[in-house]
Design a protein around this ligand. Structure first.
Ligand code: CO
Length: 134
């Protein structure tokens, strides 16, 4: 069911520093920072030949990654995103398999304007999984 790895998201305490590191030390192509108030993050996209890395910094008091950074102050891998063809079919299949879809179970519009949902990390080996309809 799952297809390509769409991105790996890394929560970072300081976006400009992380951005400079990916650009200057790792020699990657990085975007300018974008604020996404609806998602509570500022984000930089790192484009790699086979996937993307998203560097996420909390934006606002209600940011969903604030708690993660409180527990992991130097940052860390926050989630991985796999592509699916049909997000509703994926949700139904996963729910039938006993996996928990976060929130109300309905797909939301993600950072790229496409439908996404998140799966409970306790059901997937401690990994927060995002599914995006490609
Ligand atoms: Co993501």
């Amino acid at each position: 069911m799952i297809g390509r790895l769409n991105h790996v998201a890394i929560a970072v305490p300081e976006l400009e520093a992380a951005m400079a590191q990916y650009r200057d030390a790792l020699g990657a192509t990085v975007s300018e920072p974008q604020s996404e108030p609806d998602h509570g993050v500022r984000v930089v996209f790192v484009t790699l030949p086979n996937t993307k890395i998203e560097l996420l910094e909390p934006l606002g008091a209600e940011s969903p990654i604030r708690g993660y950074l409180d527990k992991n102050p130097t940052g860390g891998i926050h989630h991985v995103c796999y592509e699916v063809d049909d997000i509703h079919a994926a949700s139904e299949r996963l729910t039938q398999q006993g996996a928990r879809v976060l929130g109300d179970g309905e797909p939301k519009t993600g950072a790229h304007g496409k439908p996404v949902l998140f799966l409970h990390p306790k059901d997937f080996n401690g990994t927060l999984i995002e599914l995006e309809q490609a």
